[in-house]
Write a protein that binds this ligand. Structure first.
Ligand code: PMP
Ligand code: GLU
Length: 397
């Protein structure tokens, strides 16, 4: 069948694919430890589930306004005021079926053929492909581990052309765990304003920061920059609600209106029941977050310490999110019984086969000498998984 050309430019989300494969292996009874999944292992908090159940029981099971219910928009507005000191009105907020969907609506509403979008690498898998699906050109800008995998104003400036329309900032970041400091964000904001760029600020890991760090939204740096920024966030990671599919965007009114139109012609509203649950999460979920962050912090320290003890592996301490992102360049070229390991993908394949560990190789994120380890899994798994990895790597010659 002759498919649309745009499909040929993209591939299935590798994070979702590898996670699905790992889950299917576990379901078949294979003893696989899953360090691939980008979702918290904890259960959705009870008050949030209760709100969903109450929505079903009360018959809140019909279409809602395509862009989401006012009650949830209001909860988002209050959250952005409370946490970021930002004010928005309802016409500046869109509720979507996940942050990924908000980002996709944005790409549809904003990107045209030839438009360039600057994406710092390593990047989350879906950023380049969403731009490509909308005929745009992703401009991948490598960042350095030594400088905390941060894009800077100077680096941005070097990649801006007459076609540049937007830049993506993801802090805390997937896959690196990078968290941008205020000064670096100010540098990016200055360059973006000068060139009239839209800043796409993906803040989905906002609540997952360690060592006393606090999140800074680039939109909060001043009214001028807020007017040029679209903040994307959601309840998936902060409240362990990945399956409920609720995300949101807040930004310029005309852009939000266009994104809402796109959504109204594609998915219609996000699930009514999930919207009610998300209201409960945003209004009552603070305690849950505190517990989750405490738990993840312990796992993070343990995992990074163990990774650094493995020869050929170096892992910086991530500042946020729930991923460790070790450099594994020292293992490339080492020998398995089947031959030399030529890439991070080959190493991930070896570890799946020999140690039964699922991981996402760095190629998926534009970082071919790295592997992504999610620590959003139980401590027991983390201990056992690292034992197995250590042992499998010792067997390399
Ligand atoms: N942004 C980043 C950086 C992510 O890792 C994810 C993970 N799925 C998303 C956006 C989208 O999350 P969701 O669609 O579940 O809200
Ligand atoms: N964002 C998560 C990850 O990077 C979930 C999967 C996805 O949507 O990509 O693994």
């Amino acid at each position: 069948m002759k498919l649309a050309q745009r499909v040929g430019r993209v591939s299935p989300s590798s994070t979702l694919r590898i996670t699905a494969e790992a889950k299917a292996m576990v379901a078949r009874g294979v003893d696989v430890i899953d360090f691939a999944s980008g979702e918290p292992d904890l259960d959705t908090p009870l008050p949030v589930k209760d709100a969903g159940i109450a929505a079903i029981r009360s018959g809140f099971t019909k279409y809602t306004a395509a862009g989401g219910i006012d009650e949830l928009k209001q909860a988002v507005i209050e959250k952005l005021r409370r946490d970021q000191g930002l004010s928005y009105d309802k016409s500046q907020v869109l509720i979507s079926c996940g942050a990924k969907h908000s980002l996709y609506n944005l790409a549809q509403a904003f990107i045209e053929a030839g438009d360039e979008v600057i994406i710092p690498a390593p990047y989350w898998v879906s950023y380049p492909d969403q731009v490509l699906l909308n005929d745009g050109t992703p401009v991948l800008v490598p960042t350095e581990e030594a400088t905390g995998f941060q894009l800077t104003g100077a680096l941005l400036e070097r990649h801006v052309t007459a076609r540049t329309k937007a830049v993506i900032v993801n802090s805390p970041g997937n896959p690196t765990g990078a968290a941008y400091d205020r000064k670096t964000l100010e540098g990016i904001a200055e360059v973006a304003l000068r060139h009239g760029l839209l800043i796409i600020s993906d803040e989905i890991y906002e609540k997952l920061l360690y060592d006393g760090l606090t999140h800074v939204s680039i939109a909060s740096l001043g009214p001028e920059i807020q007017a040029r920024t679209i903040v994307v966030n959601g309840v998936s990671k902060a409240y362990s609600m990945t399956g409920w599919r609720i995300g949101y965007a807040a930004g310029p009114k005309d852009l939000i209106a266009a994104m809402t139109t796109v959504q109204s012609q594609s998915t219609s509203n996000p699930t009514s029941i999930s919207q009610k649950a998300a209201v409960a999460a945003l209004n009552e979920g603070a305690i849950f977050i505190k517990e989750m962050v405490g738990e993840f912090d312990q796992r993070r320290r343990y995992m990074v310490e163990r990774l650094n003890k493995i020869q050929g592996v170096q892992c910086a301490m991530p500042k946020g999110a729930f991923y460790a992102f070790p450099h594994i360049g020292g293992l490339i070229g080492r020998h398995t019984p089947d031959g030399p390991l030529a890439s991070a993908t080959a190493l991930a394949g070896y570890l799946l086969k020999e140690a039964r560990i699922a991981l996402v190789p760095g190629e998926a994120f534009g970082a071919p000498e790295y592997l992504r380890f999610s620590y959003a899994t139980g401590m027991q798994n983390i201990v056992a998984g690292l034992d197995r990895i250590d042992e499998a790597i010792r067997r390399l010659s």
